[in-house]
Design a protein around this ligand. Structure first.
Ligand code: SAM
Length: 204
């Protein structure tokens, strides 16, 4: 891991992984130990940079596989002087399973994950029957998974897999969180395409 990322004004907010088989040491990633929230598939961090700015008492990691997009997280975060934001360029499930320390996140945000609309491609969806188990291992007790999508079929799958889990309860998304829109959400709103949201809390 790049220790520069632990300084309060690092040259880059992107965490350089020395190893992809050792978990992150969060104390080396952020200057302050604070509750952690993770966005999976953060795109260009339009949501996360703003949400991190509004919540300086929490730390945030954006996970994104595309270099051009995660570089925008870096630029936005540094321009805003955010000490509580970092990005990791990697696949989301891998990050949850192998890089995030267990029981480390107070929240997981997954907004407009690729819907894979064709039936034969649905096995590629991030939120599938295995996901509640991954989320359970990643979250602290009482931690929350926040979901948004424009795809009604995927939304059905999301509510079904979390509904089948005995350790998650459906809750309302707090209004102040719902007000922070993602780039894709803004585009859908502009086109008049309805979007859906849900939140599931891990038992305490
Ligand atoms: C539809 S975009 C949504 C971006 C952002 N959440 C928003 O709402 O504006 C989905 C993003 O997830 C990323 N992505 C898709 N699958 C991923 C995966 N398995 N791991 C990491 N990133 C992924 C894509 O590269 C893309 O940036």
């Amino acid at each position: 891991m790049n220790l520069r990322a632990a300084e309060s004004a690092p040259a880059s907010l992107l965490v350089e992984l020395d190893s992809i088989v050792e978990r992150l040491v969060l104390a080396q990633v952020f200057p302050k130990p604070q509750p952690l929230e993770v966005e999976l598939g953060c795109g260009d961090a339009s949501f996360l940079a703003e949400y991190a700015r509004q919540n300086p008492g929490r730390n945030f990691i954006g996970v994104e596989r595309l270099l051009g997009r995660i570089q925008k997280l870096d630029r936005k975060g540094r321009r805003a002087g955010l000490a509580n934001l970092r990005g990791v360029r990697i696949e989301s499930s891998y990050f949850l399973q192998y890089l995030l320390p267990p029981n480390a996140a107070a929240a997981l945000h997954i907004y407009f994950p690729d819907p894979w609309p064709k039936k034969k491609h649905r096995r590629h969806r991030l939120i599938n029957e295995n996901f509640p188990g991954l989320a359970r291992a990643a979250l602290v007790p009482g931690g929350v998974v926040f979901l948004r999508t424009d795809d009604p079929d995927y939304f059905g799958q999301m509510t079904e897999v979390f509904g089948a889990s005995r350790v998650f309860q459906k809750i309302e998304t707090p209004g102040e969180l719902a007000e922070v829109l993602t780039d894709f959400e803004r585009d859908f709103n502009a086109q008049g395409i309805p979007t859906l949201r849900a939140a599931f809390q891990l038992n305490r």
